[in-house]
Write a new protein. Structure first.
Ligand SMILES: [Zn+2]
Ligand SMILES: [Zn+2]
Length: 195
């Protein structure tokens, strides 16, 4: 899986190169590394920035408060969520590209500069880069069953009708206190984290 990620990453780098963005030019954009994240996040991916460039310091004054922001970083650590790797290559690449745009100066958020590059890539290569992805659609497209339990700690199953649902927190008396609203059956809980 890690090798597949590296291969797709290189494809993305090449595509950026073809439209004049030499993303691996460390002097210009900083150093970028990419891994599959250790934990299952809800997000497709993230880009953790390190070593802010002092030349790109921006100070915003809100009343008496000064908010310091940096618009360029020397290190970028991209993490792609493991569940993304189960999807189609173009969706994985879409995620990689999204995070690569965040490595460009003034693109750390989803503002106008981010949109500019997203549109450029969407128009040049048919990407579908947006602020947030559509999980349900991407799973369907990849023929992978959509289960949005990435962030849940507990799975609850009704022993009567087998319906399932997910919870982040669970009252420890849950199975004693509650019955299924559909069939009146008892619940069984499965801890997803310790599994
Ligand atoms: Zn983003
Ligand atoms: Zn039931």
């Amino acid at each position: 899986m890690e090798q597949k990620l590296q291969e797709l990453f290189i494809e993305c780098v090449k595509e950026l190169n073809e439209i004049g963005i030499d993303i691996q030019n460390e002097k210009q954009y900083g150093k970028i590394d990419i891994i599959i994240s250790k934990r299952n996040n809800k997000r497709y991916g993230c880009c953790k920035q390190e070593e802010p460039d002092r030349r790109y310091k921006i100070i915003n004054k809100i009343g008496r408060r000064r908010i310091i922001k940096y618009e360029r970083f020397n290190k970028h650590h991209i993490e792609i969520s493991p569940w993304v790797m189960k999807l189609e290559n173009d969706i994985i690449k879409n995620t990689i590209m999204h995070e690569l745009i965040h490595c460009l100066p003034f693109c750390n958020n989803h503002g106008s500069e981010f949109k500019k590059y997203a549109n450029l890539l969407n128009n040049s290569y048919g990407y579908d880069i947006s602020r947030v992805g559509d999980k349900r659609q991407d799973f369907e497209k990849s023929n992978v069953e959509f289960i949005e339990n990435n962030n849940y700690k507990y799975k609850i199953i009704c022993k009567g009708c087998n319906q399932e649902f997910f919870r982040k927190r669970l009252n420890r008396y849950f199975t004693r206190k509650y019955r299924c609203a559909k069939c009146g059956g008892r619940f069984e809980t499965i801890n997803l984290v310790n599994k």
